[in-house]
Design a binder for this molecule. Sequence first.
Ligand code: ATP
Ligand code: FE2
Length: 326
Amino acid sequence: MITLGIEGTAHTLGVGVVDSEKKVLSNVIDMYRPPEGGLHPREAANHHSDVVASVICKAAEEAGITLNDVDLISFSMGPGLGPCLRVAATAARSLSSRLGIPIMGVNHCVAHIEIGNATTGCSDPTLLYASGGNTQVIAYSDGRYRIFGETQDVGIGNMLDKLGRELGLGFYAGPTIEKLAKEGDKLLDLPYSVKGMDVAFSGIMTAALVLKKKGCRLEDIAYSIQETSFSMLTEVTERAMAHIGKDEVLLGGGVAQNQRLQEMIRVMAEDRGAEMFVPARRLCIDNGAMIAWLGNIMYNSGVRMGIEDTAIIQRFRTDEVEVTWR
Ligand code: ATP
Ligand code: FE2
């Protein structure tokens, strides 16, 4: 069975094609980068509608198929920015009705987990999902993926990006901050904010800007932000693993690309006799292949949707999805 998946929750419009054997046949990613400032949902959506048709064609071409070979259309139904979600949903609905094939709206966060399960060989992990808009610690329990901990304010990637903007590092600042941090060595005082299983990042952002005004080196600020915020994530991930007794940890989301975060989680996992898994970069960031793969397994487990069931859900919680395929 060939599934074509369309991702469009935030700044990325991605289209991927997978088969039922966990094979990713193509995974085309077109990311909107605002010329200046932060991400405006309407502008990102305009970008998505400009490119969606050509990205679909490119994904089919790279997969070596025609659209007539597709058996199922899957799309990201939420959570995300309304205008962006609507572009992906509209494209999916029109393809489904034009080709006369079924449609499946899927949860973006669950897609991050399942592509990790499918491609890294883990089977029952605790997921640390650290992206722009999302920061959650998720694990399967009793028919659902449950959120054990999460950010109480912004996602960690949004914090890094906003901070990067204020510090003049440009948009999508995570990789730049990672590079700068390698040159830093002085641990500056930033608020370490863990509340039970949850974390909060806005205090770090404010404090980091104060440090900048005081004339601290950018390299040391970047280093301290990473050490502080990644330690917070590692602590709550470990607590969740201990609480539910899981010995696999899976990383997902764009921030999971960060080598220092991976190192911290790896050390924590090894100390507990657990193992860390990280999907390939293009499957870790927002992408269409993960949406296609989740659509595929939901369909094969018997889930069916009509066009009338495909309204987008901006605040689509991970634990709202009934896991019918495990
Ligand atoms: P969501 O999954 O919540 O819809 P998104 O679309 O922002 O969010 P991703 O594409 O998964 O998510 O990730 C983008 C984020 O990852 C950005 O905030 C970016 O700064 C951050 N990021 C990417 N690479 C790195 C890195 N090496 N270190 C830290 N952060 C990084
Ligand atoms: Fe994501």
